[in-house]
Design a protein around this ligand. Structure first.
Ligand code: ATP
Length: 233
């Protein structure tokens, strides 16, 4: 199994305060599913932002898809980001585009033929239970509906890495189950999935999931499964 994400002794400090994340080391394998848990303020969003290259670490090494992501030249960032699907905590849908067009966006960027895009978007809208809301603009959708559009947009291009920040925070338990199984099924396509959540019930829904827990900026890995072999090992 290939290593998709590798952190080695990563630290993150905002401004001149104490470190928000300290000594973070782990590796994530292709096609595997990880839950990231921890109390509010523990650093989950910060860790995800490092993973999808929205934030540079203050120290340490981050490798993505086998390459050093910290020293990546700026012109290579868009290419890397296209390989990563992100479900943002605040959705970040394009306000003037319909649900359909928001979901289609990554496929247009990838240059997929329109007929294939239409088929994929139709299927994805049905998957997230929004077939009858295709033409709606984000402002006319409920929080839970916007969240489902954001999820559909993040997964439609079958990214190699999917990073989701509280992706079920606005939906009812039945939809949360459905969405988490959609995420779980992405592993079969080779996608590595990382889902940050407060929802302890969700953690019981996917037996194959591995747990990462942040406690005040430090990563706990009681099973040892997230440890990567060191040069000496
Ligand atoms: N851009 C920023 N500048 C300064 N401090 C920040 C910034 N972003 C986050 N922080 C601080 O870093 C700490 C961790 O925040 P983060 O959002 O990563 O936690 P979290 O575990 O995702 O919390 P929640 O579950 O509430 O979303 C908090 O103390 C927060 O105030």
């Amino acid at each position: 199994m290939a290593t998709i994400v590798q952190f080695e002794n990563v630290g993150l400090r905002y401004g001149s305060g104490t470190e928000t994340l300290s000594d973070i080391s782990f590796s994530l394998q292709s096609g595997a599913f990880y839950f990231l848990t921890g109390a509010s303020g523990a650093g989950k969003t910060s860790l995800l932002r490092l993973m999808y290259l929205a934030q540079r670490p203050s120290r340490g090494i981050i490798r993505l898809f086998g390459e050093d992501a910290v020293v990546l030249p700026r012109d290579r960032l868009p290419g890397f980001r296209r390989r990563i699907g992100v479900v943002f905590q605040d959705f970040r849908l394009v306000p003037h585009l319909s649900a359909w067009d928001n979901i289609a966006l990554p496929l247009h960027v990838a240059g997929m033929p329109v007929a294939e895009i239409n088929e994929a978007v139709r299927e994805m809208l049905a998957w997230v239970g929004l077939a009858d809301r295709a033409e709606a603009r984000p402002a006319t959708l409920s929080g839970g509906e916007q969240q489902r559009v954001a999820i559909a947009r993040a997964v439609i291009a079958r990214p190699e890495l999917l990073v989701a920040d509280e992706p079920t925070g606005n939906v009812d338990p039945e939809m949360a189950d459905r969405l988490i199984h959609l995420f779980g099924s992405l592993g079969k396509l080779g996608t590595t999935v990382v889902v940050a959540t407060h929802d302890l019930h969700l953690l019981t829904r996917l037996p194959q999931a591995q747990m990462m827990r942040l406690d005040r900026g430090r990563l706990h890995d009681p099973t040892g499964l997230l440890r990567f072999p060191t040069a000496a090992a």
